[in-house]
Design a binder for this molecule. Structure first.
Ligand SMILES: [Zn+2]
Length: 242
């Protein structure tokens, strides 16, 4: 597998044509998780997926879009969606110019919706380029492990479990038990106000149910589901995209 630790000679002389770009976010995750949670998870998923696919792993982009977490110092360090649209397209076009044919964008933050239209336009404009976008996956196997059967959107059982597995020292286990909160509004209210307004803890889920053991299982299932998604998406679009 190639990565940002590879030399230009190794990259240039390889026949790897698939690149993985993980994308994080710097945003509040309640008082029990670090603001870099999405960055850490995207990076770990990226490493596991790149190894399995023998792809070229780029460094994780730390920033994306997260206006929905504004309101406190350090709670939302992001770009405008329109700027992120440009950045994402420019990075992918750099890769395309240099002969890479397949690009996998791995989002660590589910709220970066602008990535969808950016990828759609790239696929429409370039016949010899396939760009696949993977949002954070929660499938039935993952739901079966989780005890919280209600809506879980942010910093809840799933993310907190993954962080206990990937970076235990960054989780405040005392506060984790005090931050359960499920706002009684539809998710799209995040288009109208900050999560910090809708939820006093900044959480949408039940982090008190998180464990390291669940985190290991959930993380491995996320990696498996991500690889499966990528294979299927490339297979379905290789012959002809349109
Ligand atoms: Zn997150």
């Amino acid at each position: 597998m190639l990565s940002y630790l590879s030399s230009i000679k190794e990259i240039d002389e390889s026949n790897v044509d698939t690149v993985i770009l993980p994308i994080g976010s710097v945003e509040q995750h309640g008082s029990h998780l670090p603001v870099g949670t999405d960055y850490l998870i995207a990076q770990a998923v990226g490493e596991a997926v790149a190894e399995k696919l023998d792809a070229f792993l780029l460094p994780t982009l730390p920033f994306s879009t997260c206006y929905e977490h504004r309101g406190r110092r350090g709670s939302s360090i992001c770009t405008r969606p329109s700027s992120f649209y440009q950045i994402l397209q420019e990075l992918v076009l750099n890769l395309h110019d240099q002969g890479f044919k397949r690009v996998i964008i791995l989002l660590g933050h589910g709220g970066t919706f602008i990535a969808g239209p950016a990828v759609r336009e790239l696929n429409a404009m370039y016949d010899d380029l396939q760009v696949v976008l993977v949002f954070p996956i929660t499938n039935d196997k993952i739901r079966a492990i989780m005890e919280n059967k209600t809506v879980e959107i942010h910093a809840g059982e799933k993310e907190t479990s993954c962080m206990l597995y990937l970076c235990e020292k960054a989780v405040n286990k005392e506060l984790m038990l005090q931050n359960d909160e499920i706002p009684d509004v539809p998710q799209e209210y995040l288009n109208y106000a900050s999560l910090l307004k809708l939820s006093k803890t900044g959480v949408w889920g039940k982090p008190s149910l998180a464990t390291k053991e669940k985190g290991e299982k959930i993380f491995n299932l996320m990696v498996e589901a991500t690889i499966d998604y990528i294979h299927k998406a490339f297979e379905a679009t290789t012959e002809s995209k349109w």
